[in-house]
Design a protein around this ligand. Structure first.
Ligand code: PLP
Length: 355
């Protein structure tokens, strides 16, 4: 039976990515060797690394003055790397969820942290608005998409201070105005590649303004100066990332992908709003187009377990909600076909009919 992979991360990858990755595991770029065993310094892989970084710049329209690097340690490593490189005295953070609060915790090790607003008291069901960011902050940090709670800031905020964003779960889902940002980072395992690599887009003149010594591996400049090849990079995830990026280009680029994402999300939210059994958990105006969170309506609460089984039997994978929200979460990353969203909606309709 066809499986529909709604997992939050690691998550669905395009057939194109998986097919080309599988072929390269057997024979990489005609070398007669597996991608799993080649030197990262060989010309074939250096070409992959360079092409992937160039395609990211092309697809996201990255202006001059920025560099793209592949790093280790996940998005979680960026929670400390950002303040290590940028925080002199004070930084401002928006607290919109677990990942945002993890980032805040790390920043506090480096200086004063001003949490400008938080929706924690409402279990992060909305994005706070109308907050003030102090103009003497070294930077403002926000999480563009809250993977666990299904809320998203689908715009690039105007700030008088440097802007940093954790875009792990919505990078490449919509066009972004990179020129507004100083650092954007994203773990690859949601919208790009298998787990093991993290992407950072860095405005180079944002670096070099802190007094502290920065460990070599945690200094963005180390990686920038060596074309993202200072040490052994995660060869296979980068190869897979390149396949996904090529597929994005083939689809018509990020604007075309955003259109598909909006359509997919609308199909599912429409059903959640229509179906008497379910309700969405996130404030309507802040709903994420990547992670759709929903629960059973109060009077049908006892059906949750039964719907889980019903959906699993219909091939739905990974729709259990995060334990801090409960219910269900369907992640609709770029590689999720519309037909899978339609299959989930059909399952919800059928379950409603039976109850
Ligand atoms: C998944 C995720 C993370 C954590 O990423 P790791 O690579 O596991 O460290 C951080 N932020 C967001 C928004 C995420 O979705």
């Amino acid at each position: 039976m066809k499986k529909h992979n709604f997992s939050a991360g690691p998550s669905i990858l395009s057939e194109y990515t998986i097919k080309n990755a599988a072929a390269a595991v057997e024979n990489f770029a005609g070398t007669g060797l597996s991608i799993l065993e080649v030197s990262h310094r060989g010309k074939e892989f250096v070409a992959v690394n360079d092409e992937a970084r160039a395609l990211i710049k092309e697809l996201l329209d990255v202006p001059a003055g920025y560099e793209v690097v592949f790093l280790g340690g996940g998005a979680s490593m960026q929670f400390c790397m950002v303040p290590f490189n940028l925080l002199n005295k004070k930084a401002s953070y928006l607290d919109t969820g677990t990942w945002a609060s993890n980032a805040i915790k790390e920043a506090k090790l480096f200086g004063e942290v001003d949490v400008v607003a938080s929706s924690k008291d409402a279990n992060y069901t909305f994005i706070p608005k109308g907050y003030q960011v102090a103009e003497d902050s070294d930077y403002f940090h926000f999480t563009s998409n809250n993977t666990i709670y299904g809320t998203e800031m689908r715009y690039d905020p105007d700030m008088k201070v440097r802007l940093v964003s954790d875009m792990s779960s919505d990078i490449f889902s919509r066009p972004i105005d990179i020129s507004k940002y100083d650092i954007i980072y994203a773990g690859a395992q949601k919208n790009l590649a298998p787990a093991g690599v993290t992407l950072a887009i860095v405005r180079t003149d944002a670096l070099g303004h802190v007094d502290r010594a920065i460990p070599t591996m945690l200094n963005y400049n180390t990686h920038i100066k060596k074309d993202s090849m200072f040490n052994t990079p995660p060869v296979f995830p980068i190869f897979a990332a390149l396949q996904t990026l090529k597929w994005y280009k083939e689809l018509g680029g990020i604007a075309a992908i955003e259109k598909m994402n909006l359509e997919k999300a609308a199909i599912l939210y429409d059903e959640i709003d229509r179906n008497k059994l379910f309700k969405g958990t996130a404030a309507v105006e802040d709903r994420s187009i990547m992670n759709v969170c929903f629960v059973m309506n109060d009077e049908y609460k006892e059906l949750e377990e039964e719907f889980s089984k019903f959906a699993a039997a219909a091939g739905m994978v990974g729709i259990k909600g995060h334990r801090s929200v409960g219910g269900f979460r369907a992640s609709l990353y770029n590689a999720m076909p519309k037909s899978s969203v339609e299959a989930l909606v059909a399952t919800m309709k059928e379950f409603e009919k039976q109850h």
